[in-house]
Design a protein around this ligand. Structure first.
Ligand code: CO
Length: 283
């Protein structure tokens, strides 16, 4: 039997307030000057506000090519529509996992007119060999997300395996996306192999992360980047904690990105803009 190597925290990111879409105020944790990417993750935005002027404008029609967008909603309602004819209503606890592949045009608009809207958008890069795959849309309602509870730990599995259960989202690379709630002092440990980059985004309470002897304390709302090792260990603070644990296989491929397009070369990037202007991005 080998000893687990608990992953330390290599960085703590505060997040940067920014505006995107048609004027949605959000906090960017990945894809900012502080953390431009965390291979294979290209962007992580949190939108969380009870003021409708922060979210009302939504994200009208816009293109994507070369990666996946994953939207996880905690509160409110969002309507998605895309140029493939797909549409879905995201409700609290639901997920939309969209593979843009060779190209898609979509909109993401709030159906909530007042009260809290809270959710996350994560961009996951596609391996070069799959960048031009046909678009794929996975609409995962909240009741399809398994919830595993025990020992003061509640884990919702969007993708990845835990305690004999599996999250429903299909992925192109080895990926784990858990929403975890910890009671005060409760401990969560899980294997996350060294070839996966990962982060913990703390959205509620406080926790300590890392080996017991060298653990790091964190308060909401921070993004903790996982360091080297093969196992994640989290322990709820005095009021407990709520966090996202996300990890994905590193691609180690060149990134050429601009706005809504993420390719491998400058030429592919210029082609994406030309295809979009010519109206053939999604054909
Ligand atoms: Co989008």
């Amino acid at each position: 039997m080998t000893t687990a190597r608990i992953r330390k925290i290599s960085a703590g990111i505060a997040g940067q307030p920014t505006t995107d879409g048609a004027g949605v105020n959000l906090t960017r944790f990945i894809g900012s000057p502080e953390l431009s990417d965390l291979d294979p993750f290209l962007l992580l935005d949190e939108f969380r506000s009870s003021d409708s002027s922060d979210y009302q404008a939504g994200f009208p029609d816009h293109p994507h090519r070369g990666f996946e967008t994953v939207t996880y909603l905690k509160a409110g309602r969002f309507r998605h529509r895309d140029s493939q004819g797909n549409q879905g209503l995201l409700t609290p606890g639901g997920v939309q996992w969209m593979t843009a592949g060779r190209g898609i045009i979509h909109s993401e608009m709030p159906e909530t007119t007042e009260g809290l809207v809270w959710g996350y958008q994560l961009w996951i890069n596609l391996p070069a060999e799959h960048k031009f795959t046909a678009p794929r849309y996975q609409d995962i309602p909240p009741e399809q997300v398994p919830e595993v509870t025990g020992h003061g730990v509640k884990v919702r599995l969007i993708t990845g395996d835990y305690e004999g259960q599996s999250g429903p989202a299909k992925t192109w690379i080895s990926t784990l996306y858990f929403d975890i709630e910890l009671e005060p002092g409760a401990v969560f440990t899980h294997s996350v192999p060294p070839n996966l980059s990962g982060f913990v985004h703390l959205y509620k309470g406080s926790l300590t992360a890392g080996p017991e002897t060298e653990s790091q304390e964190a308060q909401a709302s921070q993004l903790l980047v996982l360091g080297e090792g093969d196992t994640v260990r989290l322990q709820g603070g005095p009021e407990g904690a709520g966090c996202l644990l996300v990890a994905g296989e590193r691609l180690d491929e060149p990134i050429a990105r601009a706005g809504p397009f993420v390719l491998n070369t400058r030429e592919q990037l210029e082609q994406a803009f030309r295809d979009y202007q010519a109206g053939v991005l999604d054909s």
